[in-house]
Write a protein that binds this ligand. Structure first.
Ligand SMILES: Nc1nc2c(ncn2[C@@H]2O[C@H](COP(=O)(O)OP(=O)(O)OP(=O)(O)O)[C@@H](O)[C@H]2O)c(=O)[nH]1
Ligand SMILES: [Mg+2]
Length: 338
């Protein structure tokens, strides 16, 4: 009889046959697959695998839809409730420690609640928290216990913090939680009190940074600490270049952009007519640049740049964006004030 061995870091079934496939190990007695081993010991892993689709879940489940504060534009875009209508849904907005301390979280929560109502999203609760905050974790544990359900599933976009939450609740010290998108490959599960807690592989989001850059490049652009918003006052004809990734030219009232990006992300001013030339030679085999103009209505709006961060701008006006073709960019009303 053969037993299936799983990687303790990402849950993948271990296999010794195909080097370029998920779960590869030299010997089946190893605890971690090669990809997780490299992540743990060298902080890097050149391979990238997309996990399989979601499994079907039992009826008496709590489904915790985990979203990073950086992915709020996608908060209700995975209608899991349509094919698991009997489950109870909790929306957990994680990583709020990344927002500046003065952010009005009540206002943010109000806006999210109103959006859920407008869209007819079924939910028990919406929680704002940080998986890095021990008090928040204690509150979450007490809350989950109070629901008296035997199964709790964490579902959400890659890198939203599901495994971090799972580890903090269950005390699992083997599972890996890092900025590598799509790290968890198969369901991880462990008992906590009367419940089984399940950490599911992240939902794949097209157009995120991992599609254009290797892990050792994009990891430094994903923020780990409180973001200090960068406010610019631009003169006529001035543009902003973000790393070698984005070029932004502004017109109308949008000339005071406020950038919410990690501290490692470098921004600089340039002249509108230089943007294309500066970025053109940064194209790689993975992408070409594309140009798009966003019309910003009257009011405060948010332009989200994949999983990297976002920009707040006041309209009316226009933003001309130069960005890697296929990158996920969205324009939405701002959910909080600066
Ligand atoms: N600042 C901050 N970082 C967090 C928080 N939660 C998770 N992280 C970080 O976010 C990164 C991704 O966390 P994971 O728990 O691996 O994310 P995941 O949702 O399991 O990702 P996949 O397995 O790819 O679906 C890690 O670097 C975590 O340390 C949080 O509340 N605050
Ligand atoms: Mg994970």
């Amino acid at each position: 009889m053969s037993t299936t061995m799983r990687c303790k870091g990402c849950g993948a079934i271990l296999q010794t046959e195909q080097k370029d496939h998920v779960g590869y190990v030299i010997n089946l007695d190893q605890a971690y697959c090669q990809s997780c081993f490299r992540l743990m010991h060298y902080g890097d892993s050149p391979t990238h695998f997309h996990p399989e689709d979601l499994p079907s879940l039992p009826q008496d489940s709590i489904i915790v839809m985990v979203s990073s504060i950086l992915h709020l534009d996608l908060l209700f875009s995975y209608p899991v409730y349509r094919y698991q209508p009997d489950a109870k849904y909790i929306y957990l907005i994680n990583q709020i420690d990344l927002l500046p301390k003065h952010t009005n979280l009540d206002h943010l929560l109000d806006n999210i609640t109103q959006k859920a109502k407008r869209m007819g999203i079924p939910y028990e609760d919406i929680i704002l928290m940080s998986a890095k905050n021990t008090l928040d974790i204690e509150h979450l544990k007490a809350y989950l216990i109070s629901l008296h359900e035997p199964h709790v599933y964490f579902i959400g976009v890659q890198n939203s913090g599901k495994t971090t939450l799972y580890k903090a609740i269950t005390g699992d010290t083997n599972a890996l939680a890092m900025k590598k998108a799509g790290l968890t490959q198969d369901v991880l599960s462990k008992r906590y009190k009367t419940m089984m807690i399940y950490d599911l592989p992240g939902l794949y989001q097209e157009g995120y940074l991992h599609q254009f850059y290797p892990y050792n490049v994009y990891k430094k652009w994903l923020p780990d600490e409180e973001i200090s918003p960068k406010i610019y006052q631009l003169n006529e004809g001035q543009s902003i270049i973000v790393e070698d990734i984005l070029g932004l030219s502004f017109s109308g009232k949008t000339i005071y952009p406020v950038f919410y990006l990690g501290s490692e992300v470098k921004l600089h001013r340039t002249q509108d007519q230089k943007v294309k030339d500066l970025l053109k030679n940064k194209e790689t085999e993975a992408f070409h640049f594309e140009e798009k103009t966003f019309k910003i209505p009257d009011g405060l709006y948010q332009l989200t740049f994949a999983d990297m961060g976002f920009l707040h701008i006041t309209g009316p006006g226009h933003v001309k964006l130069y960005y890697p073709k296929g990158m996920h960019i969205s324009l939405s009303e701002a959910l909080f004030n600066d």
